[in-house]
Design a binder for this molecule. Structure first.
Ligand code: DGJ
Length: 338
C-alpha cells in the first residue's frame, strides 16, 4: 500500500514538472504571484489576450477586457477578450465578447483598440467603448457596443468623434461616487476627460482638456487627489510615462513628471489603466501597462505593479513578481503574505 502511494505521488510530481517545463509559462504559481513582463497563462494555459485593456468589478469578481490578438485570429476580424478573476492574479477565459468584421467600411487594416467596459446601473447594460479607426488612424473615433451580460456577446451600435473631437487612445475612469468618464487623446489639442450620458451611450460633457500630448490615459482618485498617467506619442515603442495631479478633475493640473527613471522607458511598458483595490486594511493602486511586441502582438505582455502613491507623488517600482491580497488590499513581494 505504502509503495503504491509513493509511486502515485512521484508520478504526480513528475507530471507537474513535465507541465511546467513544457508550458513555457512561469506565471501560474499557486500562492498567486503577478509576474510583470512574463507570459500570463489563463485557466486554459493560454497567454491572456487582453491588451490595451481595462478592468471592472462586478460583485466580487473582476473582469478584464482587452484586445484579443491571438496568433490564429482571422485577420479580417477584430476581437475583444474577456477574462474573470477573484484575485486579479488567476484569470479564467470567458469569451471573445467582440468578434466582428469591419462594421462601417473602414477598409483594410481597420482598427479596434483599447476596449473599456462600463456597467450602467440605470439601464442594467454593459457598455463598451473602443477606439475605432481606419488603417491609417485618420478617422479617430470611439465605437460603442452593448450587452446585457458582462461576458456576453456585445452588439456594435455606432462610432463617432466624442464632442466632435479626434479620439485615438481611450481610457476609462469611474470615480468613487460612481460617475463615469472617458479619457481620450485628441491629437491637435491634448488629453481630454469627458463625462458620459445617463445611459453611457454618448459622451456628454467635457470636464477638462489637459493641453499635453499624451495617450494611454489613466486616472485614479486617491486620498483626495486625482492622479493622471499618460504616455508620449511614440507608436508601439515605449517612452517615459508621466503623471500629474489635481484636486479636481477639471484641474488645474500640475506639471507632468516621470513615473519611473526615464532611461527605463517605463520598463518597456505603456499605461492603460490604474486599478484601485480597496481592501479592509489597505488600498493598492495597480499600474496596468502593456509591453507591446508589434511584430508578434500575441506575445505582447503586461506590466502590472503596485504604485507608490500619496501626497501628490507617484512612482512605479522596478518590476518584480509580487502578491496581492484583494481582501486586505495589501501587497507583498512574498507569495502568501496577507
Ligand atoms: C500607441 C497606442 O497607445 C496604441 O494603442 C496603438 O494605437 C499604437 N499607438 C499604434 O501605433
Amino acid at each position: 500500500m505504502r509503495i503504491k502511494f509513493h509511486t502515485i505521488f512521484s508520478a504526480l510530481l513528475l507530471f507537474q514538472f513535465f507541465l511546467s517545463v513544457n508550458s513555457g509559462f512561469a506565471q501560474a504559481v499557486p500562492g498567486g504571484l503577478i509576474k510583470p513582463g512574463e507570459l500570463w497563462p489563463d485557466n486554459n494555459r493560454n497567454h491572456v489576450q487582453a491588451h490595451g485593456g481595462g478592468i471592472i468589478k462586478v460583485g466580487d469578481t473582476y473582469f478584464w477586457f482587452g484586445e484579443y490578438r491571438a496568433k490564429d485570429n482571422d485577420p479580417d476580424l477584430r476581437y475583444v477578450g474577456c477574462y474573470s478573476s477573484k484575485d486579479l492574479t488567476n484569470w479564467t477565459f470567458r469569451n471573445t465578447v467582440i468578434k466582428i468584421s469591419d462594421p462601417e467600411n473602414l477598409g483594410k487594416n481597420w482598427v479596434l483598440e483599447r476596449p473599456k467596459v462600463y456597467y450602467n446601473k440605470k439601464t442594467q447594460k454593459y457598455v463598451m467603448y473602443m477606439h475605432i479607426d481606419d488603417g491609417n488612424y485618420k478617422l479617430a473615433r470611439v465605437g460603442v457596443a452593448v450587452s446585457d451580460k458582462v461576458d456576453g456577446s456585445y452588439s456594435y451600435l455606432k462610432s463617432f468623434r466624442p464632442l466632435g473631437h479626434e479620439s485615438r487612445d481611450i481610457g476609462q475612469f469611474v470615480d468613487d461616487d460612481g460617475a463615469a468618464y472617458l479619457i481620450f487623446e485628441d491629437r491637435p489639442f491634448g488629453f481630454r476627460i469627458a463625462s458620459l450620458s445617463d445611459d453611457y451611450l454618448n459622451v456628454e460633457k467635457e470636464i477638462c482638456l489637459i493641453p499635453f500630448h499624451m495617450e494611454g490615459g489613466a486616472l485614479i482618485h486617491y486620498k483626495g487627489l486625482y492622479y493622471a498617467i499618460g504616455s508620449a506619442l511614440t507608436g508601439w515603442r515605449p517612452n517615459p510615462n508621466k503623471y500629474a495631479t489635481a484636486t479636481s478633475l477639471a484641474g488645474p493640473w500640475s506639471e507632468f513628471k516621470d513615473i519611473a527613471p526615464p532611461e527605463t522607458l517605463t520598463y518597456g511598458a505603456q499605461s492603460t489603466m490604474i486599478v484601485k483595490v480597496v481592501g479592509d486594511k489597505s488600498t493598492t493602486a495597480i499600474f496596468m501597462g502593456d509591453i507591446w511586441k508589434p511584430s508578434e502582438q500575441w506575445n505582447s505582455s503586461y506590466l502590472w505593479m503596485p504604485l507608490n502613491i500619496g501626497e501628490g507623488k507617484l512612482s512605479l517600482p522596478a518590476p518584480k513578481p509580487w502578491h496581492l491580497d484583494v481582501k486586505s488590499g495589501k501587497w507583498n513581494y512574498t507569495p502568501s503574505a496577507k
